[in-house]
Design a protein around this ligand. Structure first.
Ligand SMILES: [Zn+2]
Length: 343
């Protein structure tokens, strides 16, 4: 099969079109003919690599996959060839206490498709049966591929972790990203008032179209000053973070007494300073989050099918242009998801 893979970590140039053996599904796996695979910042991190990351090379990136079931393993009897599906990239053991409680993203053996094991920048990928969910009707494969990682991450951050409630205010940092544009929509669905930040006015207008109530261009204005002004110094109940280094300290300053900050990423750096006096005296909650439970994806897909949440597709590129697609992410040139089309 054709795939885009890298043999060594590095810049976008390490991504090359290669031929790899078509994977065979194990007994409880299904083989998906990949139609579309969405990019995430995780792809860029994994391509660059980090200390302790051990991958089978060549490695195939790609976590967010939409496609068609093309073959099923010997023990899969409830899914037929030809079914259109989206793939949940969270791989877990399925047997431990955490998995059985529906907290499979807390499973000790939790891994992400495309990060730890070969993913979807390829014509075919094999995944466990429990990792596929029906593709929402009325969506293209490219649109469906935008959903799993970004929406599941943003949903879990705002519901399970930050427990955002109707009437509360939330600051969504970098609302133009895949996870940020999902967060704006989910926060509105939950009944919150949303302040969205982005680096350009064009991105902010698109955030407004997704429901953002207030817009802050952080390249032109100080977002902390804007939060003070917009809330009459009440500040925001929840900050949705994933930018890290460049924004984190000021994000904390946007919280009132009892405020919550939830984060799933550190695209501009992972080391920040925290004043513990502020943390305890203001009774703040700093919450970390990664992915979400497989069960929640079904609810999200229902909300998408009902038109209450929308995938945000920036553009599609053919699989062979994966390196160019990575550049769009690192240049922050996209609004929402960049998707590679495979067949
Ligand atoms: Zn488990």
């Amino acid at each position: 099969m054709k795939a885009v893979a890298f043999r060594e970590h590095g810049g976008p140039e390490v991504l090359e079109l290669v031929d790899l053996p078509t994977p065979e599904p194990k007994a409880r796996e299904v083989r998906i003919a990949v139609r579309a695979v969405a990019l995430n910042h995780l792809d860029v991190w994994t391509r660059k690599g980090w200390k302790g990351l051990m991958l089978e090379l060549p490695h195939v990136l790609g976590s967010d996959i939409a496609g068609v079931v093309e073959a099923v393993g010997a023990e899969v009897s409830d899914l037929s060839v030809g079914t259109e599906v989206v793939v949940n990239p969270g791989l877990s053991c399925g047997a431990c206490e955490r998995c059985l409680k529906g907290e499979d993203n807390l499973c000790k053996s939790y891994r992400i498709l495309g990060e730890h094991v070969r993913g979807g920048y390829a014509e075919f990928v094999c995944v466990p049966r429990q990792n596929v969910a029906p593709k929402p009707k009325g969506l293209s494969f490219a649109e469906a591929a935008c959903l799993p990682l970004t929406f599941l991450t943003a949903w879990t951050m705002l519901t399970t972790r930050a427990q955002l409630k109707a009437g509360e205010w939330v600051l969504v940092q970098a609302a133009g990203s895949g996870v940020g544009s999902a967060a704006v929509q989910i926060a509105k669905l939950l009944g919150a008032t949303v302040i969205a930040t982005a680096s350009t006015d064009a991105k902010l207008e698109r955030a407004r179209a997704l429901g953002a109530d207030h817009l802050v261009n952080y390249a032109k204005t100080d977002f902390l000053a804007e939060v003070k002004r917009l809330t009459n110094r009440r500040m925001v109940d929840v900050v949705f973070e994933h930018v890290g280094g460049e924004t984190f300290e000021k994000s904390i300053a946007c919280l009132p007494y009892g405020g919550r900050l939830v984060t799933c990423g550190a695209t501009t750096g992972s080391e920040v300073k925290i004043d513990l006096k502020v943390l305890f005296y203001k009774r703040l909650s700093l919450l970390g989050s990664t992915m979400g439970s497989k069960g929640d994806l079904f609810r999200l897909l229902q909300l998408v099918e009902a038109g209450k949440l929308k995938p945000v597709l920036d553009r599609t590129l053919p699989l062979a242009e994966a390196a160019k697609a990575h550049g769009l992410l690192t240049d922050r040139a996209a609004f929402g998801n960049v998707v590679l089309t495979v067949s």
